[in-house]
Design a protein around this ligand. Structure first.
Ligand code: BGP
Length: 476
């Protein structure tokens, strides 16, 4: 007998400020590191940027209206730090505070639970200029001050807070692969900045708990479980290395306040271990710094094999072309490297499609951390076609999501506590490095080069499918 989805399950969708809002210089907003980064030639797909994005800043009421039509129970969005503090700290920009206040009120008026991400990568450029952002411990106080401003402004209405979105992604892309700002390639700097990120995260979480705000708080992590390519113990060890380095290293510190010894040892040997002061450990291990849930962004699994020392490849590489089969090998020398998984299909961007992997991710988080899980992202990036009648027949997306909903159902039946599921994404939006043609939404946003680029919204077939899923609490 399968357990059904809980009655109050948060069926929803997600987005992030930079990817939808546009209005990058309006409403008193300061510039973020992304506003600057997208202007460096060759950094994003055909130079696309979020200056206008899907103009959610001006059209949020229309978007909330559509969410209500789909019957969404929750909507996850992020706040642009530089709308609240144009300089990152100092004077609050009341116009920015009001924008999110209006959005939150509008959501609540439509019975949609706001799930607020405090940081989804758009660091105020002023803080990067002042002290190199995440590389300075000065950011800890600024981040806590920013979070506190949000708790005080919206904490009476917001019950779910996500502190940092995908620390693993923005740190690795920013400081190892140089594909996100500040575009650095230096593992030592990456682990140092990451440790500071963990301190900022812990300090904000601690502040939230100590001041008895209502609601729950946690970070969202991009977890892609690692499989070994076969039963060869060398490859099994490689899969364990990948779990330790790419998953436990990041999630353990949220849940337990400490890094896995195996990774710490490897960092010391490589000379890239971050400095951990006694007061850091105290803060990280403080019970008030513990999250109330684990936020899970799930897209795919990785399959790995042994990686003989020095025969290494870079830490990761991505297909940003949308041409299947163009992803490069990735891995860590001596630890693991990517391998093909003959059992899995791929998206056009070479992401493995693996619904069972979601069930595995949920079970592993449950056994290792004993925390409820909020699935804060999951979805399929694809090329969609707008038909002459403004319909979009995205049966591939329905199929993808249906299989993942089944996997969540199975995990709940296994005993995992899952609070909700906010798919990526509600409307189409900007994919950081892949432009606007990699679409994820239930709602098509018309930005095609040949047409009028009017940013009109058209619900896709998947919109009506999801509406039915929500109405039947997961039966579809
Ligand atoms: C996650 C991010 C999202 C979103 C998503 C899809 O890593 O949190 O912001 O972009 O991935 O990724 P992409 O746009 O690269 O396809």
């Amino acid at each position: 007998q399968l357990k059904a989805f809980p009655k109050d399950f948060l069926w929803g969708s997600a987005s992030a400020a930079y990817q939808i809002e546009g209005a990058y210089r309006e409403g008193g907003k300061g510039l973020s590191v992304w506003d600057k980064f997208v202007r460096i030639p060759g950094k994003t797909y055909e130079g696309t940027n979020g200056d206008v994005a899907v103009d959610h800043y001006h059209r949020y009421q229309e978007d909330v209206e559509l969410m209500a039509k789909a019957g969404l129970k929750a909507y996850r969005f992020s706040i642009a730090w530089s709308r609240i503090f144009p300089e990152g700290n100092g004077k609050v920009n009341e116009e920015g505070v009001k924008f999110y206040d209006d959005l939150i009120n509008d959501l609540i008026a439509h019975n949609i639970e706001p799930v607020v991400t405090i940081y989804h990568w758009d660091l105020p450029q002023a803080l990067q200029d002042a002290y190199q952002g995440w590389e300075s411990r000065k950011i800890i106080d600024d981040f806590v001050n920013y979070a506190k401003t949000l708790f005080e402004a919206y904490g009476d209405r917001v019950k779910y807070w996500v502190t940092l979105n995908e620390q693993n992604v923005f740190m690795q892309h920013g400081y190892l692969m140089a594909s996100h700002p500040p575009a650095v390639t230096d593992p030592k700097r990456m682990y140092a900045a990451n440790h500071i990120g963990n301190l900022a995260n812990a300090a904000a979480t601690k502040y939230f708990h100590e001041h008895h705000f209502q609601g729950k708080i946690g970070a969202s992590f991009a977890y892609s479980p690692n499989y070994a390519v076969d039963a060869d113990p060398e490859n099994q060890l490689a899969a364990d290395n990948a779990e330790q380095m790419n998953a436990y290293y990041w999630m353990d510190v949220y849940a337990y306040g400490r890094y896995p010894d195996v990774v710490r040892q490897w960092q010391i040997e490589q000379g890239i271990a971050p400095e951990i002061k006694p007061e850091d450990t105290e803060l990280l291990e403080d019970p008030h710094s513990r999250p109330d849930f684990m936020g899970l962004n799930y897209y795919q699994t990785n399959t790995v094999q042994a990686n003989p020392l020095k025969d290494g490849v870079g830490l990761a590489a991505e297909n940003t072309s949308g041409k299947k089969g163009t992803a490069q090998e990735s891995g860590i020398p001596g630890a693991f490297k990517s391998a093909e998984n003959e059992h899995l299909q791929k998206t056009d961007w070479d992401w493995n499609i693996d619904p069972i992997g979601l069930r595995i991710a949920l079970r592993r988080i449950n056994s290792r951390y004993h925390l409820p899980v909020l699935i804060t992202e999951n979805g399929l990036g694809a090329f969609d076609t707008l038909e002459a009648d403004h319909e979009i027949h995205d049966d591939y997306r329905i199929h993808f999501l249906r299989e993942h909903v089944k996997a969540i159902h199975d995990a709940i039946s296994d005993g995992v506590q899952v609070i909700g599921y906010t798919t990526w994404s509600f409307t189409d939006l900007l994919s950081w490095l892949n432009g606007y043609r990699k679409r994820y939404g239930f709602v098509y946003v018309n930005r095609d080069e040949e047409s009028e680029k009017d940013l009109a919204r058209y619900p896709k077939d998947s919109f009506y499918w999801y509406k039915q899923v929500i109405a039947t609490n997961g039966e579809d």
